[in-house]
Design a protein around this ligand. Sequence first.
Ligand SMILES: [Zn+2]
Length: 385
Amino acid sequence: MPTTPSPRERTREELLRLIRAGGGVTRADLTRLSGLSRSAVNAAVASLLADQAVTESDTAPKGPGTGSGRPGTRLRANGGPVAGIDFGHNHLHVAIADTTGAVLGDRRVEMDVDLAAEEAMDAAADLLAGLRREHGLEEIEAVVAGIPGPIDIRSGLVQSPTILSGWVGRSPVQELGRRVGVPVHVENDAALGAMGELYAGTGRDHRDFLYVKAAHGIGASLVLDGRLYRGGTGLAGEIGHTNLAGRSELCRCGNRGCLEAVVSMTSVLEQVAHTHPGVPLEEVPLGDAADAVTRRILQESGRVLGHAVSDLCNLVNPTAVIVGGDLGSGNPCFVQGVEEAVRRYALPAMADALVVAPAALGTLAELRGAIELAVRRTGLPAGPK
Ligand SMILES: [Zn+2]
C-alpha cells in the first residue's frame, strides 16, 4: 500500500520536501524554513530516518555556536528519479520527474487503451524507455501507473469483465513491471486524480473530499481524514455504475440506466452531434466558447452527475467535490450543473459547507498523482504492496 498523508504525516511530508529541495540541510535549517518547533522537526526527522527516506552525514563543518552532535549533521533525501503513467480510456501519458516531483519530460499519445491492454503497456514501456534515454537516466527508482478501471487490492488483478474488457484478470503490476524493469505500483485512475489534487491541487485545503473524474467514463475517489479511502477490496468510488431511476440507456457493464451511460464525454458528444446536424463535431466548441445549446447540454449533464454525487455527500460529508477529467476540466457549465444539483439535493447544512470546484490540475491531476505517489515511495524499504 502506498504512503498517503494522515494529518500527522503532513509535517513529515513537508519536511521531506524541504530536505529534497535543500540538497543537504540541517535540523536548524528545517526549523527555520518550516516555522515548526524544534521538537516537531526532530520527531519528524527521526521518523524519516527510521524509514530510510533520508540519511544524515556528520561531515558538515559545524559553525561557531552550533554546539556538538546532531544540529550540525546534514540531511539528504534518498531516492532517484521517478516515473508516472496515466492510462485513460483513450490516451496514454507518461512522465519522468526528479526527486522533488518536478517533471523532467513527458510524452502523450492517443490510443484505445480499453481494448488493447498489451499494446497500451508496450507503448507505455516504449515511451518511458525513450524518456530515460533522452534524459540520460539509467536508474528509475519508482513507477506509479493509473488505469481507468477497478483493481482488486487483494490480488492486484483488474476486476469486472465488463468495464475494462481488454485488461480483465491481468496483473498490471507484474506485466508493466516486467516491461519497464522497475517495480510498478498500480492504482485506479480516479484514485490518482484524488492524490494529485490532495498534494498539489484544490485538495490541499481539504481533509475530506470527493474527486470525480468525468471523462469517457465516470470514476470517483474518496479522501477521508486526509487519506485515500479504497474500501474493503479497493473498489470504493465506482459511482459510474450507480443506477439512475427512470433511465434506460444501455451501459457497457450490461446494465441499463447507469450514471456513466447517461453522463460521459461520449454522451455529451452524441448530444452535440444531434443538436448540430450537418456540422462536423470537431467544429463545435466545448468549454468557454460553447454555444447556448452546447452549454445547456453540458450543464444538464453536470446536474445528473451532481444528483448522484449529492447522495455520496450525504453519506461522507466532504468539504469539497473536485471535478476533473475532460468534462470537468475546462467546462465551467458542467461544473456549475454539478454544483446546482449538489446544492439542491444534498442536505442543506452539508451543502452550505461544501465547495464544488474543477480540478486545479485539470486533466493532469492523474499524472500528477502518479508522480507524487512515486516520489513518496522512493527511499522507502520495500513493504507489502
Ligand atoms: Zn454500468
